[in-house]
Design a protein around this ligand. Structure first.
Ligand SMILES: Cc1cc2nc3c(=O)[nH]c(=O)nc-3n(C[C@H](O)[C@H](O)[C@H](O)COP(=O)(O)O)c2cc1C
Length: 192
């Protein structure tokens, strides 16, 4: 029997997914997991927009239009790849953040709370047997893309997409970094 920790340690991103995506009951669990993310000050900054089925490939058109409007058209090979990718993806969750309007909680803490929610969704999707992938492609940072998806251009920040579905192929095992390369230990200075 796998433990919750086995599930965490077994997660890896899976970009190429197809139908079936999560059922409504499974999506409910994924979104519940999102809202278990820590949230300093109870700002509740999470804003998610669900894009499903036949609407998913149209996300590419949103990015293409924004690129043209910005005078920086997305390169055609990238557009073609994104179309091919998204044509099979059954569910995309667009990630948005509404930072504390009072400014009491620094904006980056709300962005982190949305990042933590995204991570919980990746793990929940994996725990349910789905593949998931976090992307800031398809024109995420172009003006107008977030607004076209329904995020308020004044108060909300669009942060990218999670694509979720059934892996088309089992992912190849990846070699993970050694935590020892990323961790140091601190000791209190000796008393003077
Ligand atoms: C905020 C964020 C944005 C990302 N955007 C992209 C992206 O646009 N394109 C891409 O190939 N990978 C992107 N990645 C990386 C993949 O989601 C994934 O983490 C990476 O392929 C490594 O896989 P792993 O999660 O199994 O380590 C992004 C990751 C994060 C955290």
């Amino acid at each position: 029997m796998s433990t919750p920790l086995d599930v965490l340690l077994g997660r890896q991103s899976v970009k190429f997914v197809q139908a079936p995506g999560p059922t409504d009951a499974q999506l409910d669990l994924i979104l519940q997991a999102a809202l278990r993310a820590p949230d300093h000050g109870g700002v509740k900054p999470w804003r998610f927009v669900l894009v499903r089925g036949a609407d998913v490939p149209a996300l590419v058109d949103v990015g293409v239009r924004a690129g043209i409007a910005a005078g920086t058209p997305l390169p055609q090979p990238k557009v073609d790849n994104a179309r091919k990718w998204l044509s099979r993806v059954p569910l995309v969750i667009a990630l948005g953040c509404r930072p504390d309007p009072s400014g009491r909680i620094p904006e980056h803490e709300s962005l982190l709370a949305v990042g933590a929610a995204a991570m919980n969704m990746l793990n929940a999707a994996h725990a349910l047997g789905f593949g998931a992938f976090w992307s800031t492609g398809i024109g995420t940072y172009l003006d107008g893309v977030g607004e076209a998806l329904g995020f308020d251009p004044l108060d909300e920040r669009f942060m990218g997409y999670l694509a979720i579905g059934t892996p088309i192929e089992p992912p190849a095992p990846v070699r993970r970094p050694d935590w020892r390369d990323h961790v140091s230990e601190w000791h209190a200075p000796a008393p003077a």
